[in-house]
Design a protein around this ligand. Structure first.
Ligand code: PLP
Length: 451
């Protein structure tokens, strides 16, 4: 703990207990107070170092302590720190062009501040698009159980995890949920390979039963990440694309976590060869060095917002969205991803995990290991035969054992019996070979020592 810091460790703890409202947790009496970070490692105020196996919250894709990003932000702040997007500015334009290159298509970019914001904008755009295309009754959204799409009333409405919604309802209206493509626990009681993807068919059924004229869009992550690393069969996303086309329903792909290399490709959806109508992104867009999100809208859709009518434009504004400093940070972040080939490294790292973590499958509590790019889910069960989800205490024991050895890992969702039983790992894409060895060795040791 640096002596230059204004508070002692005790004062920090006392003031934290008194004044800071922690996210998503009952107030932790003894929180880890992070002071600095370098590469894949973070350091707390006591000088303990941890490998940041979750890249913060699935977001610090290029790793910590990138001086060149700080430099880019400082330079932009000195030029101009703020300009609105009612007009335009250079970093917003440059970044929009860059995102089009990454998306490999023609998209209009609407900037906001967070993943939740980006999804809210997507919902409004989808509804208004149908309004301005002679189908004003198309207003509903289809999402999946277990999905997470954000914390605001609409994005939480799209979220398919009851425990996050209880006590805050009613939320945004018009969100319907269908079962996820969760092959390990198929909601339709089927076996992978012979199932004919009833999970995809469920989306078609939902559209038909709700009435296609009432459905605006389907929203999904390419792979459900925070909801438990649920990797669909390869044919799933292409099937959803054709179902959407059949019923004039837009496809919104939430790339908040899967984007910017996490999936082993630039975006998650490119793994499945589909072209979304709307792509939402945040987190890895700036590697969380500065808040920024984007809603990319296919150029054909944007045509409907260009009309001469005073009412045809999108009536949405937010003060900080597309802040020039954040856009400049995103540009530098993407430059690093490109220069250091981190998208390919993500794919390679994930393959290393898959290969080297195979011995974990011998542990009686490991039901399945799932992977998308460099993101990993380890589903914990009481025993492999029953597949009964491991208890919250058991899950916490593994997380704590990793932390004691200097590795921070995560888990899915809130602590609810039968739900939060999947350990998650999503380290910086820039992790060195030694970092990867450390992650693998630590996990092997933790599971090996747990008999
Ligand atoms: N979408 C997905 C898939 C997410 O995982 C998250 C956050 O974890 C969000 C949206 C919301 O992003 P934010 O927390 O920036 O609002």
């Amino acid at each position: 703990h640096s002596t230059e810091d204004p508070m002692t460790k005790e004062q920090l703890l006392e003031n934290d207990r008194k004044y800071v409202w922690h996210h998503m947790s009952a107030h932790n009496e003894n929180p880890m107070i992070i002071a600095s970070g370098e590469g894949s490692w973070v350091q707390d105020v006591d000088g303990n170092r941890y490998l940041d196996g979750m890249s913060g919250l699935w977001c610090v894709n290029v790793g910590h302590g990138r001086q060149e990003i700080a430099q880019a932000a400082a330079e932009q702040m000195m030029k101009i720190a703020y300009a609105t997007l009612v007009q335009s500015h250079i970093p917003a334009i440059t970044l929009a062009a860059k995102l089009n290159e990454w998306l490999n298509g023609e998209y209009r970019i609407f900037y906001s501040n967070s993943g939740s914001d980006a999804n809210e904008v997507a919902f409004k755009i989808a509804r208004q698009y149908h309004h301005q295309n002679g189908k004003p009754s198309k207003h509903k959204f289809i999402s999946r159980h277990r999905a997470y799409h954000g914390n605001s009333m609409g994005a939480l409405g799209a979220t398919g995890q009851a425990q996050r919604k209880l006590k805050y309802e009613p939320l945004g209206v018009g969100f319907q949920h269908v079962p996820p493509p969760y092959c390990y626990r198929c909601p339709f009681g089927q076996t992978k390979g012979t199932c004919q993807l009833q999970c995809a068919k469920a989306i078609e059924d939902a559209i038909v039963w709700e009435g296609a004229d009432s459905v605006a869009a389907v929203i999904m992550e390419p792979v459900i990440t925070g909801g438990g690393m649920i990797v669909p069969p390869d044919e799933y996303l292409p099937m959803i694309r054709s179902i959407c086309d059949k019923y004039e329903v837009l496809l919104i792909i939430d790339e908040v976590i899967c984007g910017f290399g996490r999936s082993g490709e630039k975006f998650g959806h490119t793994n499945y060869g589909v072209k979304p109508d709307i792509v939402t992104m945040a987190k890895g867009l700036t590697s969380a060095y500065s808040p920024l999100s984007a809603t990319a809208v296919a150029a054909e859709l944007y045509e409907s917002f260009k009309g001469q009518e005073a009412t045809s434009h999108l009536r949405h504004i937010n003060t900080f969205g597309g802040n020039p400093v954040s856009c400049q940070v995103a540009l530098k972040n993407i430059e690093i991803l490109e220069k250091e080939n981190l998208v390919a490294r993500s794919a390679w790292m994930g393959k290393q995990f898959k290969k080297r973590l195979k011995p974990l499958l011998l542990h009686p509590n490991v039901g399945e290991i799932r992977r998308f790019g460099s993101a990993l889910g380890i589903e914990l069960v009481e025993d492999r035969a029953s597949k009964v989800p491991a208890t919250a205490e058991r899950v916490l024991a593994f997380i704590t054992a990793c932390k004691l050895k200097g590795l921070l890992i995560g888990k899915n969702g809130d602590t609810v019996p039968g739900f939060a039983n999947i350990l998650t790992l999503s380290p910086p894409l820039s992790s060195t070979d030694e970092d990867i060895d450390f992650i693998v060795d630590t996990l092997l040791a933790v599971f090996n020592n747990d008999k």
